[in-house]
Design a binder for this molecule. Structure first.
Ligand code: ADP
Ligand code: MG
Length: 242
């Protein structure tokens, strides 16, 4: 018996005012894999992510986590029961909670029941010395690292990341991307990462899903898309990278 993909999306459609923003989207993400949903602003990336998260419902299509349907016709499993973690660009740490309490937020029993896991995660992003700090005492990069381990703490089967690095200073970004990727690989999480930056996708993805006008126009390994773009627009999109 073969293992089903961690995340599978079949023929997802979502329209607003009769306009399809997500149009027959199909893809799968395996355990340990980072899939980058890449495309220009407004092409439907965040809407796709929201459907997978379960905070929005598609007009039609199916979503499976570990082969089990979480969205299919009338079936709509709520976000908190999908084993899907979320991380957005503004980090949104809880300002009134310390770093340790933020990381433990999604864990049963809170910080007192999960000290070892919280300590281990903070150690891995070099934030142990900030365990009792509050978000306003941290730099943007530090907040980002805390947000990452908070999202990973409950060991979600799938992690969804929407432009997670776009709020960061450019000088920090490459380092944090590499660090994030290393942690994701250690955890073995399946990741769907949304970005409009081709170089970010080239750097982080095992698989790129190139999106335009609600459709996946090409998908495959970064190297293949870069070397053999499906059409002129795809080529133009990758042409800035060196
Ligand atoms: P991206 O994340 O790729 O920039 P989005 O998924 O946020 O794009 O948006 C895709 C399109 O769908 C945009 O034209 C946006 O205005 C539209 N859209 C998104 N959400 C809604 C909504 N709730 N109601 C109406 N239009 C929406
Ligand atoms: Mg978006």
């Amino acid at each position: 018996m073969t293992t089903p993909p961690r995340l599978e999306v079949q023929n997802l459609i979502r329209a607003f005012d009769g306009q399809r923003v997500v149009d027959r989207v199909v893809f799968a993400v395996e355990a340990g894999q980072v899939a980058c949903l890449l495309g220009p602003s407004g092409c439907g990336k965040s809407t796709t992510l929201r459907l997978v998260a379960g905070v929005d419902r598609p007009d039609s299509g199916q979503i499976f986590v570990d082969g089990k349907p979480v969205c299919d016709g009338k079936l709509h499993i709520p976000p908190e029961r999908r084993s899907v973690g979320l991380m957005f660009q503004d980090f949104a740490l809880f300002p009134h909670l310390s770093v340790s309490e933020n990381v433990a937020f999604g864990l049963k029993g809170g910080y007192s029941a999960n000290r070892a896991r919280v300590a281990e995660l903070l150690e891995r992003v070099r934030m142990s010395s900030h365990i009792d700090s509050y978000p306003h005492e941290l730099s943007g990069g530090e907040q980002q690292r805390v947000a990452l381990v908070r999202a990973l703490a409950p060991q979600p089967r799938v992690l969804l990341m929407d432009e997670p690095f776009s709020g960061l200073d450019e000088r920090l970004r490459d380092g944090i991307r590499d660090e994030t990727l290393a942690l994701l690989k250690e955890e073995g999480t399946a990741v769907l990462l949304v970005t409009h930056e081709p170089d970010e996708a080239m750097r982080m993805a095992d698989q790129i899903l190139l999106m335009r006008d609600g459709r996946i126009v090409q998908q495959g390994a970064p190297y293949n898309l870069y070397n053999a773009p499906a059409d002129r627009q795809a080529a133009a999109f990758f042409s800035d990278i060196n």
